[in-house]
Ligand binder design. Structure first.
Ligand SMILES: Nc1ncnc2c1ncn2[C@@H]1O[C@H](COP(=O)(O)OP(=O)(O)OP(=O)(O)O)[C@@H](O)[C@H]1O
Ligand SMILES: Nc1nc(=O)c2ncn([C@H]3C[C@H](O)[C@@H](CO)O3)c2[nH]1
Length: 267
């Protein structure tokens, strides 16, 4: 049996209840964390926990298949697709800005979709769970790419300008009640990334995951990242120990679900 590493202990930074809107309204929660930490796996756990939870997955397939219509003739446009995720990892200086515009727009579009009827008709506490957010797009990835020199200062200024505008215009419709931060060491994420074997990620080095880890810590733990939205600065954060292997352990799963329910004041 693999040793369960406990590099970090799970802890609640502060409870969300005071920040909650009426209990019959839909709560929106974002799961944040490093690449391959286990967000999708954890989201499935929440989805299976009850009818009142809806998971909105990261739109990665859109990034892997950007439709291109070449307007050769009106009646017979040529259709092809490109893998922007692959392009970004292959040539980050060329493609990072393009990637961040597309990732952020696709997140916004996906998360603005109306909730399904079962959530609207729910008599309990319906929750929409976003896998990452327009905020991690900016304060984790885009900022990191800027600091790495893969996004230049003009591109960074342009990105921040339209990002702020988008949030000002639409932010209230995707306003978060809380953030769940799945926290594990970059080494663990590297192992899981290798195990998953997504083709586009083959060139990712530990160093990159370490930088992303620091960005998560700055934003969600020490809160030293300068954020530009008043509401975001006040969103409660639940930190969960993602070092533990919960996939096949129902006891650990129950424990994690209890922490989430408690955090969001759900019985
Ligand atoms: N707690 C865990 N213990 C051990 N393995 C795990 C755990 N959680 C997830 N995994 C495994 O790690 C790999 C990555 O998990 P997953 O796809 O859920 O990560 P993710 O955070 O959603 O990734 P991404 O950042 O790319 O969206 C998968 O192979 C999954 O089975
Ligand atoms: N550069 C960059 N910006 C983002 O906003 C972003 N969001 C996710 N990703 C990468 C991580 C995984 O490989 C893969 C799936 O999460 O996509 C991103 N990469």
């Amino acid at each position: 049996m693999r040793t369960i590493k406990r590099l970090f202990s799970s802890s609640v930074v502060y409870r969300a209840s005071s920040h909650m809107s009426k209990s019959n309204e839909i709560k929106r929660v974002s799961i944040e964390g490093n690449i391959a930490v286990g967000k999708s796996t954890f989201a499935k756990l929440l989805q299976n926990a009850g009818q009142d939870w809806e998971v909105i997955a990261e739109p990665i397939s859109k990034w892997q298949n950007v439709d291109q219509t070449t307007p050769q003739t009106v009646n017979c446009p040529q259709q092809s697709s490109s893998n922007l995720l692959q392009m970004m990892y292959h040539d980050p200086k060329r493609w990072s800005y393009t990637f961040q515009t597309f990732s952020c727009m696709s997140r916004m579009r996906t998360q603005l979709q109306p909730p399904p009827a079962r959530l609207l008709q729910s008599t309990g506490t319906p929750v929409q769970v976003y896998e990452r957010s327009v905020y991690s797009d900016r304060y984790i990835f885009a900022l990191n790419m800027f600091e790495l020199g893969c996004i230049n200062s003009t591109e960074w200024a342009v990105y921040q300008d339209w990002h702020s505008f988008l949030i000002e215009q639409f932010g209230h419709r995707i306003q978060l009640e809380g953030i769940i931060y799945l926290r594990a060491s970059p080494q663990t994420c590297m192992e899981r990334l290798g195990k998953r074997g997504r083709v586009e990620e083959q060139g990712i080095q530990l160093d990159y995951l370490e930088k992303l880890h620091t960005k998560h810590e700055d934003w969600l733990v020490s809160k030293s990242t300068k954020v530009h939205f008043e509401h975001l600065a006040k969103v409660p954060v639940l930190i969960l120990d993602a070092e533990v292997e919960f996939e096949k352990d129902s006891k650990i799963q129950d424990n994690l679900l209890t922490k989430v329910r408690h955090f969001f004041n759900i019985i």
